[in-house]
Each structure stands twice: as C-alpha cells, then as structure tokens.
Design a protein around this ligand. Structure first.
Ligand code: PRF
Ligand code: ZN
Length: 374
C-alpha cells in the first residue's frame, strides 16, 4: 500500500464533483479540501492550535524556503517537520521547482537540474530532482511533490513540449531517488501549459510511472480563468480515478468551486493569508477592503454570516484601526477569518456533493459573492 491513498465516497450526480477521503500517515481528511500555506514552517501568524480550531486538516510547506533556511539537515536532526513546527496532522511539501521559477533570478535550466541565484542574497544555488527528493525526505512530509518545470503563460508550443518531456524525465529520477516510499507519498505533476495535446502527453507519461497521486501544475500563472477551467476539465479525466488529484496554487473561491466541479480533490493557495495581511477579506458578500474609510465607525462584524472567532468578537471599525495601525493582532484576526472562510466554503462544497446539488450551490454562492471577484 502506498503511504497515501484515496477513498472515493461518491460522485455528485448534478456536477460530477468527487467526495472522498485521503488517508495519510498523519491522519485522514475529506476532499475536496483546501490546504493553508505555511511556506517557512508556519502559516503566517497562526498557531497550530488555531489551525486545528478552524478545522484545517492538512497544510503545505516549501522545500525551497526550508532548504535555504534553516536547512533540511537541521529539520531532519530535530526529528522532521511535524515535530519541528508542532503540527501533527498531514503535511504536503512542494518540490521547489515552482519557487525557483517564480522567485529566483538568473536561472539556467539544464538536464541535470536548475542553476539559479538566491532570491535575497544572490549566492549561487543548484536544485535537481535528486536534491528535491533528499530535502523532502529530510523534512518527512506525508506528501512530497516531484521536481518539475512550470513554464510561464504564454509560452511557445515547442518550448512547452521540450519542457514537459524534461519534466517527465525528472519525474522518473524523483521516483528513483525517493528513499521513504513506505511513509511518504510522492505525487507527479502534470504540465503542458495551455496546449491540450501536451497536457495529454504529460498526463500519459506520468500516469505510466504509477505515482500514488497527481497534481496539475502550470495553471493560475496569469492566464484567464476560462483557460484554466478548460485545461482542468481536459486533464482530470486523464488522471487515475482512485488517486488524489491536486490543483497547485489555486484558491480563489470561484476557482475552488469551478475546479471541484471538474473533479479536483485538493487545493492550496497563498491568497487568503497574503491578502489578509493588507486587510483584504473574503466574505459571503464578496471582498471587504477593511482599510476603506467607510468602515471607520462600522460596528458590524466582518461577515454577518461567519461564526469564526474574528466575526464573533470584533467590529469592522476595530479591525480597520488595527490594520491601519500595522498591529500584528489585526493581521492575525483577518488571517484567521480568511482561512476559516475558505475551509467553510470547502465544507459547504462537500455537503453539496453529498446532496447532489453542487451546481445549485454554485449559483447561490455567486449570487451573493459576485462573479468577477476573487
Ligand atoms: N509546480 C510546482 N508548484 C506549483 C506550481 C507548479 O506548476 C504552481 C502553478 N500554479 C503552483 N505551485 N511544483
Ligand atoms: Zn469570520
């Protein structure tokens, strides 16, 4: 048995969305699920107790950042990432591939791996499939990601074709270099940009390697949402039914609903935590920018329909003051609310699948939330 398995509960008769359970060595979670991002071994400003309280079930962390600081050897020596950060639930780590492409300067991609410079101090670095596996084995995450290339959009067809072929060869090297398949599951990442035939080729290559789970990468990199939805819709039928399907870096409420409908089980995104830090909040009525002058004396909660700690105890007027005054507590309160909001949205999606009414739920949600906002 692989370290991570997918148990299918049911398919929504109205939409085709999947309700399931993913089992990992550190516990199980229902899907579709959203994973809060804890890049540097912390979901910014949230304690593990708070994450548990809001019913976060699995968090994501990053190979790239933990490799640079404090170093994966150190995390290994203190007993792995779970112990290090005091999170005993499931952890997924991204491979560093994407971060190298999005953060670093002057990268040079070769067959062996990627040469690049440190995004802060400029020092020379090298990451390869073998290194990404070694680091993630040190971290001890429940789900590791293969080392891939995520080409920008748009990219030329020929470029993306060469890129997916290399990503497939790197995926094989990842499987080869993985030292702990009994307690860490390695997921393959399907690339292919906006080209349907390349998505097909990439999916076929990776499925033949028999990973315990699969991700769709290379989306939400600047393309219009309809393009992303079309690629997801085209790719999910090519992914094994009995394994988890993860859409990387996607977490706006509309995309979570649309991509659940298209058969995705897992999502992650920095969006809720990142926008919370400048006071932008997701609510049942759409986005609230709490710094706005109109909230100066507003004694209502952030979201009248939310029962999170923030909304039960504080006013918009107070949150506006804290965020404007750069107080950390304000950021903690907006971060808590945004994560709670998305986790609750996923619970509502799962309930709607259970009741075969996810398309109705989508219409109801958009009516209140608005269509053209995150
Ligand atoms: N590859 C990896 N991580 C990612 C992505 C990818 O393509 C994306 C794309 N949205 C986010 N995170 N390894
Ligand atoms: Zn709230």
């Amino acid at each position: 048995m692989p370290a991570v398995t997918y148990e299918h509960i049911k398919t929504c008769k109205q939409s085709g969305a999947r309700l399931g359970i993913v089992h990992t060595p550190h516990g199980s979670f229902e899907t579709p699920m959203f994973m809060p991002v804890g890049t540097k071994a912390t979901v910014k400003t949230m304690s593990p107790e708070e994450l548990k309280q809001m019913e976060a079930k699995i968090i994501l962390s990053n190979t790239y950042h933990l490799w640079l600081q404090p170093g994966s050897d150190i995390i290994s020596k203190v007993g792995g990432l779970h112990k290090f950060m005091n999170w005993d639930g499931p952890i997924l780590t991204d491979s560093g591939g994407f971060q190298v492409f999005s953060l670093s300067d002057m990268r040079k991609i070769e067959e062996e791996g990627v040469h690049f410079r440190h995004h802060l101090n400029g020092s020379k670095l090298f990451l390869s499939p073998e290194k990404a596996m070694h680091i993630q084995n040190d971290l001890g995450s429940d789900i590791m990601m293969a080392f891939d290339e995520c080409p920008p959009m748009p990219s030329e067809y020929e470029y993306v074709k060469n890129s997916i072929e290399r990503t497939s060869r790197w995926a094989e090297r990842c499987l080869e270099a993985h030292r702990r398949p009994e307690d860490q599951a390695l997921f393959g990442i399907i690339q292919g940009g906006e080209y349907k035939d390349l998505r097909e080729q990439s999916a076929k290559d990776l499925v033949s390697l028999d990973f315990p789970g699969y991700a769709i990468g290379g989306l939400s990199v600047g393309e219009p949402k309809p393009v992303m939805y079309r690629m997801v819709e085209h790719t999910t039928p090519l992914m094994p039914f009995n394994k988890p399907r993860y859409l990387m870096g996607v977490g706006s409420p509309d995309a979570l609903i649309e991509c659940s409908i298209r058969g995705i089980d897992m999502f992650d995104c920095v969006l809720p935590t990142r926008i919370a830090r400048n006071g932008t909040c997701m609510t049942s009525q759409g986005r609230v920018v709490i710094k706005n002058a109109k909230y100066q004396q507003d004694l209502s909660p952030l979201d009248p329909e939310c029962d999170c700690y923030t909304c039960r105890n504080y006013t918009k007027a107070y949150l506006r003051h804290l965020i404007k005054a750069d107080e950390t507590f304000g950021i903690r309160l907006t971060t808590y609310h945004n994560l709670y909001f998305l986790l609750k949205l996923m619970e509502n999606i799962r309930q709607a699948i259970r009741e075969d009414r996810l398309l109705d739920f989508k219409d109801e949600f958009f009516e209140q939330y608005g269509l053209n906002v995150d």
